[in-house]
Design a protein around this ligand. Sequence first.
Ligand SMILES: [Zn+2]
Length: 175
Amino acid sequence: MDFKISRSSRQCSVCSRRFDDGEKFHVGLMSRPREDGVFDRVDICRSCWDRQGPGNVAAHWVSQFSREKKHAIFDPDFLWSVFHKCRPGAEAEAAASVQELSAADRARFAYVAALGLVRMKQLKSKNTRRTARGEFMMLETSGRREKDRQRFEILSVAMTDDEMQAIQDRLAELA
Ligand SMILES: [Zn+2]
């Protein structure tokens, strides 16, 4: 199973400037025209992003460059890649690698990734919505301006602490 989106290139894809430790920048995922579920990652510094905006990226988020390697569950880039591959309506849903997972497992991975991203303040939990299928969390990415933000709905999956731990362990193995 391939959950990986290439790691940060350590520099801006547009102006080639190297990121400083701790610098915030934008990550965009661009799907390839003839390959479903295959993404190319672009890292864009703030000034280039301000100049050109999201363009035709399928998904984007704000990341922070760090020289340290983080454990999967504390690595926002990794959680984002899981989130974007497992959430409902994911652009990658056609990817064979993700279809190997049951719909229930995809929902669990998306939920656990979302909780991690909320904990790291990458996503904000705005609200919840009850439906016949269960309770959905309404989430929003951070971003200074409206056009920098994206909204998502994720099913709140009822899990015991042990089940939650098991999903986190499986995630760590995928990293
Ligand atoms: Zn740049």
